[in-house]
Design a protein around this ligand. Structure first.
Ligand SMILES: Nc1nc(=O)c2c([nH]1)NC[C@@H]1CN(c3ccc(C(=O)N[C@@H](CCC(=O)O)C(=O)O)cc3)C=[N+]21
Length: 284
């Protein structure tokens, strides 16, 4: 029997519809939620992502503004831009598209974003609050995965979640959010010896390694829920995840496809956070 497909496009759309309703309520009160996306340089993939984010904003009636800066932008200039966005009344969320050019220090840039506008949830204060279980913007990709699990009726408490990958923006926060829902969490990564001996124990397996088709049938226990966070290009330049879908299909109970799984949820939760930021401003 083949695995149940967790449809991120569909679940994302359902959440976006609810977010669109909140946009209407805000507009009735004279406030249009606004997202600023800062793009430095001309990375082709980044340009595509940014366009998708803007289109998604417009589709639900939000305002979005692209601040496009040249590759050779100095760090100081970028920081000044962010400080200006921090001050703006019409901008509620700020996203600085990563990666940034090598001469710019990402940590410094992200730490400059006002915490109440940090809709990516990447700033040190946001991360600290998340760790403490305090109210804050959650990073969009792990937040989106939590929504996928919730909408698919997958129980988390008491389950063994194994994370493959320890990035600041996916792996680390993903484990934290699952832990907060009472999963037992194991972190694995590129230096983990005998990876399958760990991943084979997973009730919920999160693949966030960034290597095409890296997770194969040897890694997966019968009946596991497999969440594929990867966005890679295979040898034929086709979009694919970290999981070898064809191999794992039928072993997993549930699996997310790429495209149409986690990706659309990342953008959905960005919209969600931005509307929340606007609502917070109205409340304060
Ligand atoms: N500050 C910052 N925040 C981010 O959230 C951020 C970032 N920088 N840098 C780049 C990554 C990548 N990312 C994606 C979001 C959605 C899809 C997505 O919607 N993917 C579609 C397919 C899109 C396609 O066809 O190419 C899918 O999986 O179905 C992909 C990738 C956000 N990122």
């Amino acid at each position: 029997m083949s695995s149940a497909i967790i449809n991120g496009k569909e679940i994302g759309q359902e959440i976006r519809n609810a977010v669109a309703e909140r946009v209407i309520r805000l507009k009735e009160q004279g406030l249009t939620p606004g997202l600023a996306v800062v793009l430095v340089g001309d990375n082709q993939a980044s340009a595509t992502y940014v366009r998708n984010k803007q289109k998604s904003c417009e589709a639900i009636g939000m305002y979005s503004e692209l601040i496009k800066l040249p590759e050779e932008t100095k760090q100081e200039e970028l920081l000044t831009q962010i400080q200006q966005l921090n001050q703006r009344e019409d901008i509620h969320g700020i996203l600085v598209q990563l990666p940034l050019p090598k001469h710019i220090d990402e940590d410094t840039v992200i730490a400059t974003i006002a915490v109440e506008k940090d809709v990516d949830g990447f700033s040190p204060v946001s991360v600290g609050k998340m760790m403490l279980g305090q109210e804050t913007f959650l990073p969009c990709t792990p937040f989106g995965v939590m929504k996928l699990l919730e909408y698919s009726g997958i129980e988390i408490a008491g389950k063994h979640a194994v994370i493959v990958g320890r990035s600041h923006i996916v792996g680390k926060p993903m484990g934290q959010l699952l832990l907060q829902k009472d999963a037992t969490v194991t972190y694995t990564h590129s230096k983990t010896p005998d990876l399958p001996s760990f991943t084979k124990q997973a009730d919920i397996l999160i693949a966030a390694v960034g290597r095409a088709n890296f997770i194969t049938k040897e890694h997966v226990k019968e009946g596991a829920v497999v969440i594929d966070v990867g966005i890679n290009r295979d040898d034929n330049n086709k979009l694919c995840g970290d999981v070898n879908f064809a191999e794992v299909d039928g072993i997993a109970s549930h699996i997310t496809p790429v495209p149409g799984g986690v990706g659309p949820m990342t953008i959905t939760m960005l919209l969600f956070n931005t509307v929340q930021a606007a609502e917070n401003k109205l409340a304060n």
